[in-house]
Design a protein around this ligand. Structure first.
Ligand SMILES: Cc1cc2nc3c(=O)[nH]c(=O)nc-3n(C[C@H](O)[C@H](O)[C@H](O)COP(=O)(O)OP(=O)(O)OC[C@H]3O[C@@H](n4cnc5c(N)ncnc54)[C@H](O)[C@@H]3O)c2cc1C
Length: 434
């Protein structure tokens, strides 16, 4: 079976490795000129088990993530301690490991290949145009990130999900050399929630020799907003020096629930192109790795059962991949409802929730990890009691949580088999909940 992986994203690279190990003829097309020039020359957080399950070693230079301190809109600080923290891993080392593993498994990785558009035939994706050449394939795996250019050029009959502009987080991230004259920072990992009253977050993370600064806003990050936020973060965190040693660019991360249509004939989305990140909380690496295993199992199992290459790449078969993903990650839909609800809260209410005892450490950890809160009525009464408020005051929060849980439950009820009518109904109903 001939497979093109468009973009050397995390999910695409891992799928390339697994599919090549299973005997497929896999080619990865990546726009960066070399593995050294791939994006993300910094560390990101990932659960060590996710790497282990993917058969990847912990990249050299990894270290446990430090405790977060949330800064509420009113400026008050709320610490959070995780007993089992994620690991901060160097992305360039991870990229190297993944490219090497894919190549060792027999996949071809071609750098300097800009994927421009899909090639389609009879309502199916049949390849891509990249670097001015046509590459034909039985299956194209779109691992091009949130703004995948392939999706833009698909004929309307191929209905994969696209995002609205407000469903993308626009991020500036830079690593500043530490200011040696400044006193040590009080908090190592400071996250400003609804920073300066705006829909988004900012952070200042103290590394050994640098300070990792991120300014992220939902929908758009105009220059004026960025400069204002940077000025504020620098004034509050004097360890931030003036020299940028890594990053310094703008990036995007999806902040929405996974794409309810992530497959078509000859085509499957993976990673950020299918919005597999837990909204606003990263974790895209872990879910992309897990999705790669689901996708490769779906394709290889069909081939092993005697399906033709075309049948293995058909929407009917690829739907099994989407079903596996939604069964495992339906909670992302609920978390997205909560995130939208939280960002819609008044500054005063968010400050109260963060700094009162309404939420205990374990609940703050769950929220920070993107896990859905499932408090019982008894828990809500206890939470209200701990914060010294009447239980009825928590009614709006309880309703938000109930809506999130119902949505997650509905998302997990994805039709088991691909049936156009049933799928359309499920997609429509799911979309309406947001
Ligand atoms: C600032 C920031 C911080 C993050 N922090 C975390 C974190 O702590 N933990 C975590 O799990 N996740 C984090 N993420 C998210 C994580 O990076 C993604 O979820 C994850 O990498 C999966 O995305 P992807 O690989 O599908 O897409 P991307 O990372 O966007 O990769 C897409 C690939 O496709 C290539 N490409 C794009 N267009 C073309 C084209 N036209 N032709 C050829 N190639 C192309 C790109 O060069 C790139 O290699 C962060 C993201 C950002 C931006």
């Amino acid at each position: 079976m001939k497979i093109i992986v468009a973009g050397a994203g995390v999910g695409g690279l891992h799928a390339a490795r697994l599919l090549a190990e299973g005997g497929a003829d896999v080619t990865v097309l990546e726009q960066a000129k070399s593995v050294e020039q791939m994006r993300y020359l910094w560390h990101d957080d990932v659960c060590a088990d996710a790497l282990k399950q993917a058969g990847l070693p912990l990249p050299e230079g990894s270290f446990p993530k430090k405790d977060w301190t949330f800064i509420a809109p009113n400026g008050a600080a709320r610490g959070m301690h995780e007993d089992n923290p994620d690991m901060s891993v160097m992305r360039n080392k991870l990229n190297e490991e993944m490219v090497n593993a894919a190549v060792k498994a027999g996949a071809k990785v071609m750098f300097g290949m800009n994927v421009a558009c899909p090639v389609t035939c009879d309502g199916a994706v049949a390849g891509v145009i990249a670097g001015g050449r046509e590459f034909t394939a039985d299956l194209v795996i779109d691992s091009l990130g949130a703004n995948s250019p392939l999706k833009d050029f698909l004929p309307s009959a191929i209905k994969v999900t696209a995002h609205a502009p407000y469903e993308v987080f626009h991020v500036y991230r830079a690593f500043y050399k530490k200011n040696a004259d400044a006193p040590p920072a009080e908090y190592t990992n400071k996250v400003y929630m609804k920073h300066l009253g705006e829909a988004g977050i900012s952070w200042a993370i103290q590394d050994e020799n640098t300070v990792d600064v991120l300014i992220g806003r939902i929908g758009a990050l105009p220059d004026g907003t960025l400069q204002n936020a940077l000025k504020h973060i620098k004034s509050e965190n004097p360890t931030i020096g003036s020299e940028i040693v890594a990053g310094g660019g703008r990036y995007i991360i999806p902040v929405r629930y996974p794409a309810p249509r992530m497959v078509a004939d000859g085509y499957a989305l993976i990673g950020d192109s299918a919005y597999m990140t837990i909204p606003m909380l990263g974790s895209g690496i872990a879910s992309s790795l897990a999705a790669a295993k689901m996708l490769s199992d779906c394709v290889l199992n069909a081939l092993r059962a005697g399906a033709s290459d075309k049948k293995a790449a058909s929407i009917q078969n690829l739907w099994n991949y989407e079903v596996s993903f939604f069964r495992a990650y339906a909670d992302h839909c609920g978390v997205d409802i909560i995130k939208r609800g939280v960002l819609g809260l008044k500054d005063k209410t968010l400050s109260f929730i963060l700094t009162s005892k309404v939420l205990d450490n374990a609940q703050i950890c769950d929220l920070a990890k993107g896990r859905l809160l499932r408090p019982s009525i008894k828990d809500l009464i206890r939470m209200a009691g701990a914060a010294g408020i009447r239980a009825v005051s928590l009614l709006p929060v309880a309703m938000l949580i109930a809506r999130a849980r119902l949505t997650a439950k509905f998302a997990a009820k994805i039709p088991e088999k691909y049936d156009e009518l049933k799928v359309n109904k499920w997609v429509e109903k799911l979309e309406r909940r947001f």
